[in-house]
Design a binder for this molecule. Structure first.
Ligand SMILES: NC(=O)c1ccc[n+]([C@@H]2O[C@H](COP(=O)([O-])OP(=O)(O)OC[C@H]3O[C@@H](n4cnc5c(N)ncnc54)[C@H](OP(=O)(O)O)[C@@H]3O)[C@@H](O)[C@H]2O)c1
Length: 338
């Protein structure tokens, strides 16, 4: 079978197709024929050498894939041949709290990921995908979808009627917008593009702000919330946005610290948190059980995630380049098998 491999830091040009042979699954192993893989900003960071977890050896990139079970080891009980599955970002974080052990083996960084025609994983790493979703759509869930779910409803604890600020229109933010809309939350979303903001409104965004033409966008968030601020911010911007995100949260509100598309440095002024009792909460994707809860919700509300563009398997480099340009809205997917 064919797979891509990359050594961290080799840049997009370093992505190469290799032939690999898999032995038949044994014990609790499941062999999955991958149909689709979605890209995350993290996959770009690995390729560019800026991700903090790396391997000395070339690895198969990408955490997010969906496919069908084609063989199972003798002790497998959770799945059978023909089942439609996706892999959980952390194969060993099943439920409960994250630990250094159960978050050590995230797919596509230090260990092989999903950008391959076939993979073999433990049955514990897999979840069944919702019936209403195609493989392309299901491949968008494991990192961006679960991160949005965890931030909004697990760590964020939001309930219908609450408000959330989303930054930019990438994978996490658009997943969050779709989930928030379905759950009856009030959403404010920012973007560098009025065209993308128009699309966000058509997906149900309650209010939109262009962060290029309104650089002091936190003032607009406060204006839109009668001076109070939002219940939760999904902070994906990092050093260029964090102080403004903190200002945008209401007294007693929370900022889910997710990413750093503008870099990971910067300072946090403790005074900005103390007097207004605001909390910062680091998010690390989520557990398999969060993924399963999300799938239950998706099956009820029948959301179809926004897929910006689909690339064929042999154009994976073009797909990474497309993500790097940040012209996308929602998720970028590689179709491994049509
Ligand atoms: N902690 C976790 O568990 C976790 C999980 C998933 C992702 N992440 C992180 O979250 C971040 C987003 O990931 P993603 O996969 O959603 O990325 P993505 O799809 O590549 O989204 C990038 C988008 O961010 C927006 N953006 C860029 N600069 C911005 C700025 N200064 N202010 C506001 N928005 C800005 C742009 O939106 P517009 O084009 O609309 O301007 C851009 O399209 C990354 O840093 C990633 O590593 C963390």
């Amino acid at each position: 079978m064919q797979a891509y491999q990359i050594k961290a830091g080799q840049q997009i040009a370093g992505l190469e197709v290799v032939q690999r042979t898999l032995s038949a699954p044994t014990g609790h192993e499941v062999q999955v024929r991958i149909h689709a893989v979605s890209l995350n900003y993290r996959d770009l960071m690995i390729v560019n050498g800026s991700y903090r977890v790396t391997s000395e050896n070339p690895v198969i990139p990408c955490s997010d894939g969906a496919g069908e079970v084609i063989a199972v080891g003798a002790q497998v009980t959770r799945f059978k041949v023909g089942d439609r599955v996706a892999a959980s970002f952390f194969p060993e974080w099943i439920n409960g709290n994250p630990t250094t052990q159960n978050t050590a083996g995230a797919l596509g960084a230090a260990v092989n990921g999903m950008l391959a025609e076939e993979v073999i994983l433990s049955e514990d790493a897999l979840v069944a995908i919702p019936k209403h979703l195609t493989y392309v759509e299901a491949a968008t869930i494991p990192c961006a979808g679960v991160t949005a779910w965890n931030s909004l409803f697990v760590e964020g604890g939001l309930r219908a009627g609450d408000s959330v600020l989303l930054l930019g229109t990438g994978g996490v933010s658009i997943w969050a917008l779709q989930l928030a809309k379905a759950a009856g939350l009030r959403t404010i979303i920012t973007s560098s593009s009025d065209e993308k903001l128009e699309r966000a409104r058509s997906l149900g965004a309650s209010a939109t702000i262009n962060y290029k033409t309104t650089p002091e966008w936190q003032d607009e968030v406060l204006r839109l919330t009668d001076g109070k601020g939002v219940d939760l911010v999904l902070e994906v911007g990092g050093q260029g946005t964090l102080p403004r995100s903190i200002t945008s949260a209401r007294m007693g509100g929370k900022v889910a610290i997710i990413g750093g598309v503008s870099g990971f440095g910067g300072e946090v002024n403790p005074a900005a948190l103390i007097g207004s009792v605001k909390r910062l909460a680091g998010i690390f994707v989520g557990s398999r059980s969060m993924f399963e809860d999300l799938n239950k919700f998706l099956s009820v509300v029948e959301i179809h995630p926004v897929v910006d563009r689909i690339f064929p398997f042999l154009q994976a480099r073009e797909a990474f380049t497309h993500l790097e340009k940040a012209a996308h809205f929602g998720k970028v997917v590689i179709e491994v098998r049509q």
